[in-house]
Ligand binder design. Structure first.
Ligand code: M6R
Length: 612
């Protein structure tokens, strides 16, 4: 994972680097570090823990002017999150500093080779092995040494490096890990980053490095080389994010702000896409060939974490309206499965960040099998968006909290619209039926607003339930993936053990765990399975489990079973995911507040998971 950043330009490079790393900290926050060059020597600062710790260390240098700097924010893979393992890493002579995102698979054998040449190592990391190898090949030409070294590496990397003998140069390269370079028209500032999020607040030309390409930046020049070290010319795009900023808007945490944004973000996901009069759905920038649209025979949705749950929620809807099979694959597993992938398979890849390595691997495998890849992503210009045949964007704005909330509800919205779009294109859905559904969907933002007003009530219930060490989240039909998502929220931000089960499965084993110490959160918003859900809750109650139910105002019988009920407005079964999810998010948030956890940056996690 990790975020890397490099800066050459007319501003204070240390300050710019810190600013850039702040925008990349969501990629990992186990340690951070910055290196620059002063008097032909590498000057570096590192700190375990969050960026704020590093900032404290370099405060006195923040006003000095350095022309260039590289920086890193780490999510630990090889080696624990200690100072010694923090990036940048150096060669033995401390002439070269390198920052790296990715994993070098053959680092052990290279390390062995270098150890046999009596080269001393300071850390356990694969990154230091790279630094030492480049240095080993160095003979006054940084680019050549770099090129020779990376040809020996297997695995994935995005690298930026500086050398004390070359005080005006940065070299960078990418293999299976993204690197984007941004620069203004005069190249007064040239920035290297793991992703365009670090360009927030700027108006830049950008270019992405492809696998094995090397960027050599020197004297306001950016030369890009291919794997044969031949200069290539790359197209640039314009990215203007001058008016976008990260802010909590007065909320205590990004998470709460993002939960509260959902009435708006859901609206943004359907705005301009729903044509109520004709009962049609339209997507901008959508280039699925018409012939394919009519003929694909199978849908595979692939994603991770919360995005996977969104896929589970939507698959039923695709099957219902398209009358074809729609399976959902966890991306990290899909790559290793023997799936029947053909040119008639539509792959829908869902990812908030568009950078998740597992999802990328899954779509690359599908591409090898000539499948059409349609991605649903939030971040434009992300790797998944760029590698897909077509993309639909969530338009939810930056999601900063590691715990995903608004992306989930936008994903469901877009997936539902997509199902309607396909069904209408294939003449499988009548205009009036589409209109009825779309009208109901348009009501969701207001339904959510009402739940958000129940904040105090949910906070009170959270206080009662925060004493427990384990939870079961139960649901049936669409409420099962909804329960999975709610359980993930609780685990992720409160560090409480939370398991989700299809309620009917309890009697096949998990019921053995039930006691007065294990509360059940029951999602009772599906009319189709309501009676059965009540029976399952009764079975748990009979074994003394405290029961917290989420039910709609028109339901009956639940009051006799549940200890606590959070009432929400009644919506049609397909849309019940929305109110249930908002309650789950708020419940997790308020329990985490009581647990005093690091809500926006939970331990051991990162927002963008760029390793497999
Ligand atoms: O960016 P993506 O949607 O591809 O991320 C997938 C998961 O890593 C992500 O949803 C993760 O599960 C969240 N932290 C859950 O809140």
């Amino acid at each position: 994972m990790c975020g890397i950043f490099g800066y050459i330009g007319n501003k204070n490079s240390i300050k710019e680097c810190l600013q850039g790393l702040k925008l990349l900290e969501y990629r990992g926050y186990d340690s951070a570090g910055i290196a620059t060059i002063q008097d032909a020597k590498i000057l570096s600062f590192k700190s375990p823990g969050k960026l704020i710790e590093l900032e404290k260390k370099i405060n006195i240098f923040k006003d000095l002017k350095f022309d260039l700097a590289i920086g890193h924010t780490r999510w630990a893979t090889h080696g624990s999150p200690t100072l010694a393992n923090a990036h940048p890493h150096f060669d033995e002579k401390l002439k070269l500093a390198i920052v790296h995102n990715g994993i070098i698979e053959n680092y052990a054998s290279i390390r062995k080779k270098l150890l046999s040449k009596n080269i001393l190592f300071r850390s356990e990391t694969d990154t230091e092995v790279m630094a030492q190898l480049i240095s080993y090949y160095y003979a006054n030409d940084l680019l050549k040494a770099f090129d020779k070294a990376i040809k020996e590496l297997t695995g994935s990397y995005a690298i930026a490096l500086i050398h004390a003998n070359h005080p005006d140069e940065i070299v960078a390269s990418s293999k299976e890990s993204p690197i984007v370079i941004g620069f203004d028209d005069n190249k007064d500032e040239i920035i290297i980053s793991s992703d365009p999020n670090a360009f927030l607040g700027r108006n830049l030309n950008i270019l992405f490095l492809k696998n094995n390409e090397i960027a050599h930046i020197k004297n306001k020049k950016i030369n890009i080389y291919d794997k044969n070290l031949k200069i290539i010319h790359k197209k640039t795009e314009r990215l203007n994010s001058k008016n976008i900023s990260f802010s909590k808007n007065g909320f205590e945490h990004y998470l709460l702000k993002e939960i509260y944004e959902q009435p708006l973000t859901i609206q943004k996901a359907f705005l301009g896409r729903i044509q109520l009069k004709s009962g049609e759905v339209e997507f901008e920038d959508f280039n699925l060939p018409k012939s394919f649209l009519k003929k694909f025979k199978h849908i595979i949705i692939t994603a991770c974490g919360t995005s996977y749950h969104a896929g589970l929620c939507a698959s039923n809807f695709f099957q219902k309206y398209l009358k074809i099979n729609c399976s959902v694959e966890i991306a990290s597993e899909m790559r290793f499965k023997d799936l029947n992938l053909t040119k008639d398979t539509l792959i829908i890849a869902i990812s908030q960040s568009g950078e998740t390595a597992d999802t990328l691997s899954a779509i690359r495998k599908a591409k090898e099998n000539n499948c059409h890849i349609l991605s649903i992503v939030n971040v434009k210009n992300s790797t998944i968006a760029r590698e897909s045949d077509s993309s639909i964007f969530l338009k939810a704005g930056p999601e900063i909290s590691v715990c995903s909330t608004k992306a989930f509800t936008s994903q469901i919205t877009v997936l539902y619209l997509l199902a309607i779009y396909f069904a209408r294109s294939r003449n499988l859905l009548e205009k009036k039926d589409a209109q009825i559904f779309l009208k109901e969907l348009k009501k969701i933002p207001n339904i959510i607003k009402k739940i958000l007003k129940k904040r105090k009530e949910i906070e009170k219930i959270a206080q009662k339930y925060a004493i427990y060490n384990s939870f079961f989240f139960l649901g049936r039909n669409l409420m099962y993936p909804t329960a999975m998502e709610a359980a993930l929220k609780l685990k992720e931000i409160s560090y409480i053990d939370a398991n989700a089960y299809p309620a009917g499965e309890m009697k096949h084993g998990p019921l053995a765990l039930i006691s007065e110490k294990l509360p059940i959160v029951g999602f009772c918003l599906n009319e189709k399975t309501y009676d059965k859900m009540l029976s399952n809750l009764m079975e748990a109650k009979a074994r003394s489990a405290p029961i917290l139910a989420i039910a709609s105002k028109k339901s009956y019988g639940i009051e006799d079973i549940a200890d606590d009920i959070i009432w929400v407005d009644k919506v049609i079964d397909d849309l019940a995911i929305f109110p249930a999810t908002i309650v789950g998010q708020l419940l997790a948030y308020f329990i985490a507040i009581i647990k005093k956890t690091d809500i926006d940056q939970p331990r051991n996690l990162a927002k963008s998971v760029t390793v497999e």
